[in-house]
Write a protein that binds this ligand. Sequence first.
Ligand code: GLC
Length: 477
Amino acid sequence: MKKILYVGAEVMPFAATGGLGDVMGSLPASIAATGEADVRVVLPLYAAVSDVWRSQMKQEDVFYVDLAWRQQYCGVYSLQKDGVTYYFIDNEYYFKRPALYGFFDDGERYAYFCMAVMELMAHLNFYPDILHAHDWQSALSVVYLNCIYRNRPGYGGIRTAFTIHNIEYQGIYDFAILGDVFALGENEHSLMDHSGCINLMKAAIECADRVTTVSPRYAEEIRTAEYAHGLEHCLNRNVHKLCGILNGIDYSYYNPETDPAIAASFTPTRMAGKTKNKTAMQKEVGLPEQKDIPLLAVISRLASHKGLDIVAECIWDIVANNDIQLIILGKGEPRYEQLFTDLESAYPDKVKALITYDRDLSKRIYAATDIFLMPSKSEPCGLSQMIASRYGAIPVVRETGGLYDSIKPYWVDGDKICGNGFTFANYSSYELQECTETAIALWNDAPARKKLVRKIMETDFSWKTSAEKYLELYAEL
Ligand code: GLC
């Protein structure tokens, strides 16, 4: 049986801040469910990992990891869940902190983590056939394998895949710390170099046997200067190993039929519960309890690449000119938090701004929402449009990255409904407004709306197809 080791900085449900955590929490389990591989995942043992999980862990080993002139403690704990073995790297100096990232020494923390992953293989006598690393925090595992460990017994046959979840974050550092922090020497200078700095993602792209990203469209986009944040030449040079595989979502965690977090259950053919969720949400946030006007929602990190700058340009008009309600959930740049707070003050009966992040609350909003806005400037994959679809909210998206691959424009061909949402091509507030108002008009046409919502809810965004694609890739490796 094939042995696969996934390496990532966040994994649901143990510790996560975003989409990477969702994928690291559901892709390995879906591969394990095929019965075709021995699947293991390694992540740091952050302070955020709760006692519920800690009490189920078993200590596997304790050893020291050499990182340049440092010798650092490393405990390895394990836990079995859904057919997957999870390994947790314990070092309180690096990981017992109030957040997952954002510290002055993140480079050193993840260098240590990646070196610990290499050492773990020898200590547990587990040499995977495939090492599958995700995003910049895990990039050094691929680099250390090739530059330091390759000739040691056991490591020679390991094949590697590196997945880019977001090319914006590359792990960029000054060359002054190449030896002292990253434990690499002048031989690796050109490998690590991008535009005069150490670039961990670039080095992993060069070293990995395969580079994947989380949608086919994004795999095309990141070959251009508009999307690549400087790495377009590197990706074009390595295009023979690049491909995009669309993410899925966890269909048991996101299931309106069984979700304990929502007010009432519903399915594509039993939709009464959807209306109950809507009125429950209106009550919860203090909006007038009205069933017959569409409830719009934005659930997002409030950052401009999520499309918030074009939202800012047109949202006042959309709210003023349409009979709708709008809920915003998320936090981020202060100017957008302020925008939505101001909008709520101007239209208290129409708008609610929830400047926070809360997973259960987000599920209640998905379940209540009729129209979901996601006008990202760039979107490697995007999971929210899939979650919204699963909970019967019509997505309005810009045609980029995974949004382009997952949501196709609605039109009617005789009796046949084509597409599963509303989409626009150009990054313009004019197109966003027009597209949103078309979705509102469709929603107000009850028979058409019912057919579309059912089709949207029945669109398959599970891991099934994508897991098969990853298995093909592993088989090729
Ligand atoms: C990142 C991307 C997002 C993607 C997620 C999981 O968060 O920004 O588009 O869905 O990773 O791959």
